[in-house]
Ligand binder design. Structure first.
Ligand code: NAD
Ligand code: UDP
Length: 335
């Protein structure tokens, strides 16, 4: 089976590419390298012992996508390409609507033109409304509170309409909770340049001496220790969810990819201390605007429909992140 992967040079995409190659799929990657790295693909290919086809291409370039699809003839598309910073989306919403919404529309147009009818889309738990009560089932009320989340929601609506109009189409929406982790070899993981927004990359930055202390946002949430609680999922479990989605029937499907279990910020810091054997200094500061207290998935639907379940726990996620930092201290640089 041939799979086209957009955004395959990024954090999650490169791990998906590795896994697909490893399972024997032929893979073609389309990426504009705005945040991804060509060397991540080289590493994925080396780890799997199989080649990957790469096209430096923006998903908004519909005609270029069509010619790539006509030549590669994929049976399915995994669509990871997009921008993902909530803060940046608030500052520059137009970038997010253009990259994430316009980019996805362009991809769907190319797929329809080339009669490729299976699309697996990276959505996010940020589409759930702030007033819902966790754990969130897929039918919980939606209502994202920032442009990033709204861009994901719009693509979900687009996919819903495409599936209604084209009964041969399979549109699979995967709502990720908080992906963390790396390949156990230490060769593939998340490499954030500059100051990361997400908790685990920031904690890693402190361990690497790039930042002095972690700021724990909030001490008065209604949680066990007052800090925010999230459903962290190992990126390799997430990737297995995409592989399982390749076998779903036609029509629209929506799945949460999470573990169903939440951890507080202090529990994550504690886990990173225990795998690294180092003390991680932190300050408790005010809440970060826009954060919810608790975000946890109800992952039952994915279990029932795809026999998929997250297998790895928080310690394994932290161990793999720490190992990636040790093995690749400069990320994908120097190659
Ligand atoms: P990433 O930034 O590491 O990877 C995104 C990749 O897409 C990069 O390689 C980038 O160069 C490429 N890209 C961006 N815009 C493009 C365009 N217009 N055309 C072609 N390529 C483009 O991000 P990631 O963490 O791997 O996330 C992958 C997907 O998962 C994104 O859509 C993101 O919104 C979604 N997601 C991520 C998280 C998370 O915490 N990492 C959570 C929920 C959803
Ligand atoms: N967080 C924190 N300090 C940081 C970054 C994040 O305390 O430097 C907290 C944040 O308030 C939330 C949790 O860690 O409760 C996860 O945040 P992240 O940005 O990783 O994911 P998201 O908020 O998008 O779920």
């Amino acid at each position: 089976m041939r799979i086209l992967v957009t955004g395959g040079a990024g954090f999650i995409g490169a791990l998906a590419v590795w896994r697909l190659l490893d399972l024997g799929y032929d893979v073609c990657v389309v990426d504009n390298l705005s945040s991804g790295h060509r060397s991540a693909l080289d590493r994925a290919s080396r780890l799997a012992g199989r080649p990957v086809e790469f096209h430096l291409c923006d998903v908004r370039q519909t005609s270029q996508l069509i010619s790539i699809m006509q030549s590669f003839r994929p049976e399915a598309v995994m669509h990871f390409a997009g921008l993902k910073s909530v803060a940046e989306s608030v500052a520059c919403p137009e970038l997010y609507y253009e990259n994430n919404v316009q980019g996805s529309l362009s991809l769907v147009q190319a797929m329809l033109q080339c009669q490729i009818d299976r699309l697996i889309f990276s959505s996010s738990a940020t589409v759930y409304g702030a007033n819902g009560v966790p754990p969130f089932g897929e039918d919980a009320e939606l209502g994202p509170v920032n442009p990033y989340g709204r861009s994901k929601w719009m693509v979900e609506l687009l996919m819903r309409d495409i599936c209604s109009a084209h009964p041969e189409f399979s549109g699979i929406i995967l709502r990720y909770f908080n992906p963390v982790g790396a390949h156990p070899s230490g060769l593939l993981g998340e490499w954030v340049q500059g100051s990361p927004n997400n908790l685990v990359p920031y904690v890693m930055g402190v361990l690497q001496g790039r930042f002095d202390r972690v700021r724990v946002f909030g001490s008065d949430y209604p949680t066990s220790d007052g800090s925010g609680v999230r459903d962290y999922i190992h990126v390799l479990d997430l990737v297995e969810g995409h592989v399982a989605a390749l076998n779903l029937p036609k029509g629209l499907s929506v799945f949460n990819l999470g573990t169903g279990r939440g951890y507080s910020v202090h529990e994550v810091i504690q886990a990173m201390q225990s795998v690294s054997g180092r003390i991680i200094p932190f300050d408790v500061v005010d809440r970060r605007p826009g954060d919810v207290a608790v975000s946890i998935a109800d992952p039952c639907r994915a279990h029932q429909a795809m026999a998929w379940k997250a297998e790895r726990g928080l310690i394994e996620m932290c161990q793999d992140v720490w190992n990636f930092a040790q093995c690749s201290p400069k990320g994908y640089e120097l190659e």
